[in-house]
Design a protein around this ligand. Structure first.
Ligand code: 5GP
Ligand code: MG
Ligand code: MG
Length: 183
């Protein structure tokens, strides 16, 4: 199956690989300026943020440390409850560090809100959020994300790390999943 076949499962391509890379480059210029002269630890939230982390880290023209967390949310496959469990914790002690959480998408915001509170309690020097995608219409809690790639409509999207039942993560673009795929 090549990319063209997978894209047949989308009703619409929202962002191409080129558009995603261009936007990540813009975010990196901002991040470089904001963290100039300070250490930076980027924390990727598995598994969705793998692609963003890889591209963001390589686009940054500076030294950066990388760590990973995996969380699991109690809820349905398409809606999170905000009750989160840590499946894999950080290897790094973040006390006194400048931490930037890297997420694939902020939907209700519940997961990120929980994660922010959890990491905040470990006393980092600073804690910010970078999310490639955000659904403003789906927000249940107000999430302060300093860096946001794209605001998107309230639809279920896949690709570039984002999955449906573990599929489509390797799609290079981001698109809206066609209803015929669910049924
Ligand atoms: P939240 O707690 O903000 O509602 O949901 C966060 C998580 O739900 C995301 O990290 C992501 O794993 C998943 N999620 C939310 N919206 C979408 C979507 O449109 N597509 C996919 N594939 N996952 C989503
Ligand atoms: Mg995520
Ligand atoms: Mg998922």
């Amino acid at each position: 199956m090549d990319t063209a076949d997978i894209e047949g499962d989308l009703t619409e391509v929202l962002y191409t690989e080129g558009q995603i890379h261009a936007r990540i480059a813009e975010l990196c210029r901002q991040i470089e300026a904001d963290y100039e002269g300070r250490d930076l630890l980027i924390v990727g939230v598995l598994k969705g943020a793998v692609m963003v982390m890889a591209d963001l880290a390589r686009e940054l023209k500076r030294d950066v440390e990388m760590d990973w967390m995996a969380t699991s949310s109690y809820g349905t496959s398409t809606e999170s409850s905000g009750v989160v469990r840590i499946v894999k914790d950080l290897d790094t002690d973040i006390a006194g560090r400048n931490v930037l959480i890297v997420e694939d998408i902020v939907d209700s915001g519940l997961t990120l809100s929980w994660l922010r509170t959890n990491l905040e309690s470990r006393n980092p020097a600073s804690l910010e959020v970078c999310a490639l995608l955000r659904k403003p219409e789906a927000a249940k809690v107000d999430i302060e994300a300093r860096y946001v790639g794209f605001d998107i409509p309230n639809a279920f999207v896949v690709g570039y790390g984002l999955d449906y039942a573990e599929r489509y993560r390797n799609l290079r673009s981001i698109g809206i999943l066609a209803p015929h795929v669910y049924s």
